[in-house]
Structures are given as structure tokens and as C-alpha cells.
Ligand binder design. Structure first.
Ligand code: GSH
Length: 223
């Protein structure tokens, strides 16, 4: 099997796929691609992006010009959560959702929720504290992002008081986005009240061998 993945290590959506591939123990080739970031950092600071995403060849496989995109023996897929779901369904349904439709639905619900509630405020927080040059940073956006994140983490913390992992007591594919968000959150060290269940969860998911795929702080804090 040949797997090619277009993305960049600093992209949390690319990281979802990296973490899923690590859980499955699958080899892949990572092709660095981005219109907004490159080896030196964000384009807003004058850095060169990795590129590729605006070429006709890339747009033919992903018309959005975003990352990640995966090609598995000619089967091409974009949309990070769909990629993780496909990988889990195809290569280890027992591990990813106990081969159970209800657990799959519960995990998918948290993947959609992460996309809707966590990504945008966390992305704004990172852009306006790290990635943008100081003159382009907006403290009001940082405050709004912090408040939205605290409200969202309260929901996660409450859930983690009920179940050991986000969708079930056992680990599921729903823990893939949540692991990345929790790691980024604790690395960012955002001023916030304590979330004891989230902290316990973070220690547990960070102890999984697959975590090495997304552990490097530079993947989260690169400017
Ligand atoms: N809903 C899409 C969103 C894809 C997306 O916006 N990816 C970001 C990176 S996390 C991106 O392409 N950023 C612009 C770039 O790096 O060129 C997904 O989950 O795959």
C-alpha cells in the first residue's frame, strides 16, 4: 500500500491524519504543502509558504486548496475528519470505534463538535498571540478566543467526568482531534480556571505511543 499525505506538521488538521496513521502503524510519505506557512513560519511575517496548494495539479485533487489531502493507492480524499474516519473504518474498526455504530456516531459527534467549537477560537488565539507580527495582533480577538475556549473546555471537562475518553470509556477516533486540541491548549498555557478531568485525560492520551507523532511543541507553537 502507498500512502501520500499533503499537509504541514504545524496544521492541526494534518496532525489528525498523522495521529490516525500512527495509531494504525501505517507508513506514508508527507508532502509539505501550504499557502500560509513554510519552513520559516507564517507568510504574515514575510516567510515563504511550502506552496503546492495553488497549483492546478493540487486543485484537481482538492478544489479547496487546503490541507490535508490523502492518496491511498489512488483513492484520494480531503476533509481531515473524513480521512480519519475512512482510515479507522478501513484499517482497524475495532480499535477506532469497537466496530459499533453507536460508538462511531458518538465519536463522530465529538469530531464535528471540535470542528465547530474549538478550532476557530484556538486558531484565532494562535494567530493573534504567535503567528501574526505584533502590529497585526488584536487583543480583543485574543480575549474573545480565550472566553470561547474556556466555555468549550467546560463542556469537555464535564463529559470527561462521565467517561474516561471523549466518546466512551475506551479510546476511539473521537480522541484524535481532542488529543491535539488538549496538547495545544496546555502548550499555549492560556490563563484559565483548572479543568481537572481534562488534565487527567491529557496525561492519559499523551502516554499513548502514537502521541509522538504530534508531540513536538514546534508543531503547535511555530510562528
Ligand atoms: N475542513 C477542512 C479544513 C482544511 C483547512 O482549512 N486546513 C488548513 C490547515 S489546518 C489550511 O489549509 N490552511 C491553509 C494552508 O496551510 O494553506 C479539513 O478539516 O480538512
Amino acid at each position: 500500500m502507498t500512502i501520500r499525505l499533503w499537509g504541514r506538521p504545524t496544521s492541526a488538521r494534518t496532525q489528525k491524519v498523522l495521529l490516525a496513521l500512527a495509531e494504525l502503524g501505517l507508513d506514508y510519505e508527507l508532502i509539505l504543502a501550504s499557502g500560509t506557512m513554510g519552513a520559516g513560519g507564517h507568510v504574515a511575517k514575510g516567510n515563504q509558504p511550502f506552496g503546492i496548494v495553488d497549483t492546478p495539479e493540487y486543485r484537481a485533487i482538492n478544489p479547496n486548496g487546503t490541507i490535508p489531502t490523502i492518496d491511498i493507492d489512488g483513492f484520494v480524499l480531503w476533509e481531515s475528519n473524513a480521512i480519519v474516519q475512512y482510515l479507522g473504518m478501513t484499517y482497524d474498526a475495532a480499535k477506532f470505534y469497537a466496530s459499533d455504530g453507536k460508538i462511531f456516531a458518538s465519536a463522530s459527534r465529538w469530531m464535528l463538535w471540535e470542528n465547530n467549537e474549538l478550532i476557530s477560537p484556538m486558531h484565532n488565539y494562535v494567530k493573534h498571540t504567535i503567528r501574526f507580527p505584533a502590529a497585526q495582533r488584536d487583543p480583543d480577538i485574543v480575549t474573545a478566543a480565550r472566553e470561547a475556549l474556556i466555555a468549550a473546555w467546560r463542556i469537555v471537562d464535564d463529559q470527561l467526568a462521565r467517561t474516561s475518553h471523549i466518546a466512551d470509556d475506551a479510546w476511539t477516533l473521537g480522541d484524535i482531534p481532542m488529543t491535539i486540541r488538549a496538547h495545544r491548549w496546555f502548550l499555549l498555557d492560556v490563563p484559565a480556571p483548572p479543568f481537572p478531568n481534562l488534565e487527567r485525560y491529557y496525561k492519559s492520551v499523551a502516554a499513548r505511543p502514537s502521541f509522538a507523532a504530534i508531540a513536538d511543541p514546534a508543531m503547535h507553537l511555530a510562528g
